[in-house]
Design a protein around this ligand. Structure first.
Ligand code: ZN
Ligand code: ZN
Length: 171
């Protein structure tokens, strides 16, 4: 499907940054990721690293995919060592060591600071100011006769200060 070989990128990072100590996880493209470039799904049986497919449409796709996999591999590496594997001090130290730059998929000039998500239909809505108790209009129209229904309340997904969460919560 794409000219970028995820396994090859993983293999290269593993050799240069992790002494080839990381077992190959499941690597796959995800066409639904839109507010983050990639994510790591911790699963003892099958750890997964996903890369957002939209990166392929961007000019420097190769570099972005490389950085994204490097980033997710640091989560994976910490997790394998049974260390806290979020964006913590140890994470940033390794990031610097590898020379991975965090790709932030939200353009800097975007005037909309907050991203809300409807958990029902997965729609993302960007706004300048924080919303209080707003619900998804599409879902309210479709399932609640156009009336406000708190079941379709929008959830804050991302802010400029707190960029995309790229970690799956372990089950
Ligand atoms: Zn909705
Ligand atoms: Zn991350």
């Amino acid at each position: 499907m794409s000219r970028i070989d995820l396994e090859q990128v993983f293999f290269d990072w593993n050799r240069t940054g992790f002494k080839s100590a990381l077992p190959m996880p499941t690597l796959r493209w995800n066409s639904r990721l839109s507010t983050t470039a990639g994510r790591f799904i911790p699963d003892r049986r099958e750890p997964v690293i996903e890369v957002a497919e939209y990166l392929l449409e961007l000019e420097n796709a190769e570099e972005l995919v490389r950085d994204t996999i490097g980033h997710e591999m640091i989560h994976y590496w910490l997790w394998m060592k049974r260390r806290p594997y979020g964006h913590n001090a140890e994470f940033y130290k390794k990031m610097e060591e590898l020379g991975v730059s965090r790709y932030n998929p939200v353009p800097r000039h975007r005037p909309f600071k907050h991203c809300y998500i409807c958990l029902e239909c997965d729609q993302r809505i960007w706004v300048r100011k924080r919303l209080k108790g707003a619900a998804c209009a599409a879902c309210c129209n479709q399932y609640a006769d156009g009336r406000y229904d708190s079941r379709y309340k929008l959830k804050l997904a991302e802010t400029a200060e707190n960029p995309a969460v790229d970690l799956e919560v372990p089950a």
